[in-house]
Design a protein around this ligand. Structure first.
Ligand SMILES: Nc1ncnc2c1ncn2[C@@H]1O[C@H](COP(=O)(O)OP(=O)(O)O)[C@@H](O)[C@H]1O
Ligand SMILES: N[C@@H](CCC(=O)OP(=O)(O)O)C(=O)O
Length: 361
């Protein structure tokens, strides 16, 4: 038996293209097969969390809208109509296997601070404790541009980290990450990537599947950051039959991201805070070197040169260097006002404790 079948808690993200037929209608046959595989995992005692795209695509199959329609309004309209179509389908299909599924719609704002983050985590935990399969999607009806996740790959990474999942599976319309343009016959799927070191930017083209939002760039970014936290990530082709069960119990082509050392729950929260971080603090070269040295160094006010955006105690803040490059993220031990009063001073309390610093360089 494959060792991957030892995973207990698994987050599975499915892209719009996997769920949608060429004519725009939900691909009922494929969705049924996905649900069947998830039911088999539940039978095997695993906890399953589904992050499903496809609301906008499903909406498009139900209503005609003018080309001139503002894109945000169009997305709101389509997602609003499409999400109920999609979730109804899931509900019927899970019911056939004697399973309950639930709809969880979230926005980036729901993860903005530790309290909101723990609220969502508690909600997911109560669902899992009751054997329910959460079906998560971004709430596209209320998420507008600057408050949106880049795409559901980012959301799935956040969910996998938040729930301390044992694995994250991202299903798209390609077999994995290719070492070149996937359309070229000379390109091959990269079987394993050491998520900690690999620089694959050169391989990824900006191309997306017909309905996808973020493309392979966000999948790579998500996979690398989730693997860095100690969670293995697999990118595979959701168009293949039995893909989930083959990934977990057999062998099938895919790209696997090797996990790094497991990080604590709070570190996982910080690591995904880039999009919601409010405060910005600029550091001098000495503080940057100390924080990135790998030694247990906290951020002391003597190394701060300016506070560029306000924050409160407990907020995640961005730490930037003198060239405005993002060094990492940390949790503020006190607010911006107090920090401003001791900029550059010796013998002051650390603004970020080393346990709550997450390097990004
Ligand atoms: N090196 C690469 N390997 C694999 N796919 C790539 C690569 N570079 C770009 N892509 C594109 O990324 C697409 C998948 O991302 P996306 O469109 O967001 O799908 P999804 O809807 O599943 O989230 C592929 O269809 C492919 O066109
Ligand atoms: N929330 C959107 C999906 C956005 C998205 O990330 O799509 P995809 O790149 O296909 O995973 C929807 O349900 O239509």
């Amino acid at each position: 038996m494959s060792t991957t079948s030892l995973y207990k808690k698994i987050v599975i993200k499915v892209g719009s293209n996997v769920l949608t037929q060429a004519d725009g209608l939900p691909n009922i046959e494929r969705i049924s097969q996905l649900v069947e595989q998830l039911a088999a995992l539940r039978q095997d005692g695993k906890e399953v969390i589904l992050v499903s795209s496809g609301a906008v695509a499903a909406g498009r199959s139900l209503i005609q809208i003018s080309e001139k329609q503002n894109t945000i309004a169009a997305r709101q309209l389509l997602a609003s109509i499409g999400q109920i179509k999609l979730i109804n389908l899931y509900q019927q299909l899970f019911e056939k296997h004697g399973l309950l599924c639930s709809q969880v719609l979230v926005t980036k704002e729901d993860f903005r601070d530790r309290m909101h983050y723990l609220n969502i985590r508690n909600c997911m935990e109560i669902l899992l404790q009751h054997g329910v399969v959460p079906v998560i999607n971004e709430n596209d009806v209320v998420s507008v541009t600057e408050l949106m996740f880049t795409d559901n790959d980012e959301l799935a990474g956040l969910i996998a980290s938040m729930l301390n999942a044992d694995a994250l599976i991202i299903l798209s319309n390609v077999d994995g990450i290719y070492n070149g343009d996937p359309k070229l016959p000379s390109s091959r799927v990269i079987p394993e990537i050491d998520g900690l070191e690999a620089d694959l930017g050169g391989f990824i083209t900006a191309g997306k599947s017909g309905l996808g939002r973020g493309g392979m760039v966000t999948k790579l970014h998500t996979a690398q950051s989730v693997a860095k936290l100690g969670i293995p990530v697999m990118i595979a082709n959701g168009m293949r039959e039995h893909i989930i069960t083959d990934l977990l119990y057999g062998t099938v082509v895919h790209t696997r991201f090797k996990p790094g050392k497991v990080k604590s729950g709070k570190k996982k929260w910080i690591a995904h805070g880039e999009g919601t971080a409010k405060g910005i603090v600029q550091l001098n070269a000495g503080a940057k070197e100390a924080l990135l040295s790998g030694k247990a160094s906290s951020l002391l006010p003597v190394g701060i040169t300016s506070i560029q955006a306000d924050f409160k105690k407990g907020d995640i803040i961005k730490l930037i260097d003198e060239q405005e490059q993002l060094i990492g993220l940390g949790v503020a031990e006190y607010g911006a006002e107090q920090a401003r009063n001791c900029i550059g001073e010796q013998k002051q309390r650390p603004l970020v404790h080393y346990n709550y610093f997450h390097p990004l360089l």
